[in-house]
Design a protein around this ligand. Structure first.
Ligand SMILES: Nc1nc2c([nH]c(=O)n2[C@H]2C[C@H](O)[C@@H](COP(=O)(O)OP(=O)(O)OP(=O)(O)O)O2)c(=O)[nH]1
Length: 293
């Protein structure tokens, strides 16, 4: 906000429809209140416990309302509050502003939760918060504009960033065009599902070097990096990690693949791979292999 926003604030915040569900907009709106509000917002921002932004229309920069973030009573919680002038209701601006405020809040390390408290009769605002990804978590006894009221509390938690796991895998293809798959042994995650040989790329390792190592460890065969040709990749969100798995194809190796870790092996034609349950990340790969081989 800048001092130049004062006339727009005065014009828009004066209506009772706007003020009635807010905590602080005075009604009737006195002269000088907008200027005082802008000065207070600058002071709060400098003190580091609240930030208030002008909401402007992207097309022409018109001031249409305010949105703010303020420290809640509990550690790690920020409250979002907002109002828009009536001519700008019902056009998705509030939802866009709330989404922006949430993104802004979580760009800082501290907040775990962004919350809002809404008058239960303010159905439009409840919908805005829901569209912005917030969920109702309870009711709060409070006072709104001096009157006791039970507000609805909405929350959104900081999104958990999943680590990306890099796994290199290979379709070993024999002279008959069959592909080697291995069953994940009991005790491992996704036990009993059939997978392409390979494994996690260790820190400092290339995917090719990881595969050469894994093929030795798991199958007792020797391959050279130049015998591994890139084929495709899987990118799949599991519950606790995101799997990024380049799939190579290899037709040349030394030795006969034999299970070194007690796993079952199968040589399977690409059009029969569907008979073997595979991890969800592999499903698109199976279709691609069928087209290719
Ligand atoms: N090698 C291989 N891994 C796959 C395939 N599809 C798929 O989702 N994965 C997943 C399963 C594992 O989470 C990860 C491979 O890890 P890994 O095989 O080296 O590790 P691991 O069994 O020791 O690991 P863990 O999951 O038991 O911790 O990638 C696939 O076709 N081949």
């Amino acid at each position: 906000m800048t001092p130049a926003d004062a006339p727009a604030i005065t014009a828009l915040a004066a209506s009772w429809e706007v003020a009635r569900y807010t905590q602080r907009i005075p009604h009737p709106y006195p002269a000088g209140a907008a200027e005082a509000f802008i000065a207070q917002a600058a002071a709060d921002r400098a003190a580091g416990h609240a930030e208030v932004f002008a909401v402007t229309r992207r097309d022409d920069g018109t001031f249409i309302g305010n949105i703010g973030l303020e420290q809640g009573d509990r550690e790690g919680e920020l409250e979002v509050g907002y109002w828009l002038g009536m001519p700008y209701w019902g056009q998705g601006f509030a939802t866009e502003a709330v989404k922006g405020a949430i993104r802004h809040a979580f760009s800082f390390e501290v907040p775990r939760i962004v919350f809002a408290e809404v008058h239960p009769d303010n159905v439009a605002s409840c919908r805005v918060l829901e569209r912005a990804g917030m969920v109702e978590t309870g009711r709060v006894q409070t006072r709104l504009r001096g009157t006791p009221v039970e507000t609805v509390r909405y929350e959104i938690a900081r999104p958990v960033a999943l680590p990306t796991l890099l796994v290199a895998a290979v379709a070993l293809v024999d002279a008959d065009g069959r592909v080697l798959i291995a069953e994940r042994p009991p005790g491992k995650s996704m036990a009993g599902l059939w997978e392409f040989p390979g494994g996690k790329v260790q820190p400092g390792e290339t995917p090719e070097a990881a595969l050469v190592r894994e093929l030795g460890e798991e199958l007792g065969i020797d391959t050279a990096e130049r015998c591994l040709a890139p084929l495709t990749f899987a990118s799949h969100r599991y519950e606790s990690f995101h799997l990024l798995m380049p799939l190579f194809i290899c037709r040349n190796w030394r030795g006969t693949p034999t299970p070194q870790e007690g796993q079952r092996l199968a040589w399977v034609r690409a059009n029969r791979l569907r008979d073997y349950p595979m991890p969800p990340a592999d499903e698109p790969l199976v279709a691609m292999l069928r087209d290719l081989l």
